[in-house]
Design a protein around this ligand. Structure first.
Ligand SMILES: O=C1O[C@H](COP(=O)(O)O)[C@@H](O)[C@H](O)[C@H]1O
Length: 240
């Protein structure tokens, strides 16, 4: 794992730097592997990044967009991560519809939809059960409770060792989420973190020792590159 931590002066600088890193990783993936597979985070932090990407002229036919987690709501619901990314980015560019790969949330149950997306990823990346695909870029955030994607403290999703996708649980509400092993097989994982409310979680995530079941972002140790991009409000007390 090649880990880089950068604390940027403010949220604007955080977004500008994350745009640079994402573009450079996209370019490397396309030149080395002919396409770029990127999984998006939800929440408020990455929205300006998506808006910035939407203003660029990129080889959209070579970019495939996934989500690292999804709230279990219809795709047009205000809480939907897919809806946010479509409004901020995907609806504004000429990306082929076939290159957009959302998690479905309208099946029989969250478990059935999680299994469906697990099967879908195995088919897309041509990997058998027991193997993991290597997404080029996975964008993540953290919550104040140190959750990442929809891997919440002390939930069953944290125990998955062989699944790509599973059901997350936020205070009893189901979500669909990538598992930690899938995230850890990515070529590059980029955390975007902004705001002082994230300081206590970051202190535990970066501590020499702490319980990963209580602070799930500690489970993220990718084989490839790991970037932590923080604004000053979030990162000022971090031990680097
Ligand atoms: O619930 C979620 O929250 C995290 C963090 O969101 P932020 O608004 O604090 O940036 C996000 O990474 C995750 O995808 C989302 O579903």
């Amino acid at each position: 794992m090649n880990k880089t931590v950068e604390v940027l002066p403010d949220k604007e600088a955080l977004i500008a730097r994350s745009l640079e890193v994402v573009l450079s990783q996209m370019q490397a993936a396309i030149s080395e592997r002919g396409q770029c597979t990127i999984a998006l985070a939800g929440g408020g932090t990455p929205k300006p990044l998506y808006e910035a990407i939407a203003s660029l002229d990129l080889p959209w036919d070579k970019i495939h967009v996934f989500w690292g987690d999804e709230r279990y709501v219809p795709a047009d619901h205000p809480d939907s991560n897919q809806r946010m990314a479509r409004h901020a980015w995907l609806d504004k560019v000429d990306i082929p519809a076939a290159n957009i790969h959302p998690m479905s949330t309208d099946g029989e149950s969250p478990a059935a939809d999680a299994q469906k997306h697990d099967d879908y990823l195995r088919e897309f990346f041509k990997v058998a059960v027991g193997e993991f695909p290597h997404l080029d870029i996975i964008l993540l955030g953290i919550g104040d409770d140190a959750h990442t994607a929809s891997l919440f403290p002390h939930t069953d999703a944290l125990q998955m060792t062989d699944r790509l996708v599973t059901v997350g649980n936020k205070d009893g509400q189901p979500r669909i989420t990538f598992t930690a092993p899938l995230i850890n097989h990515a070529h590059c994982v980029i955390f975007l973190v902004a705001g002082a409310s994230k300081q206590p979680a970051l202190a535990q995530i970066f501590a020499d020792e702490a319980d990963a079941m209580t602070y799930p972002a500690r489970l993220i140790k990718p084989q490839g590159e790991l970037w932590w991009l923080l604004d000053e409000a979030a990162g000022q007390k971090l031990k680097k």
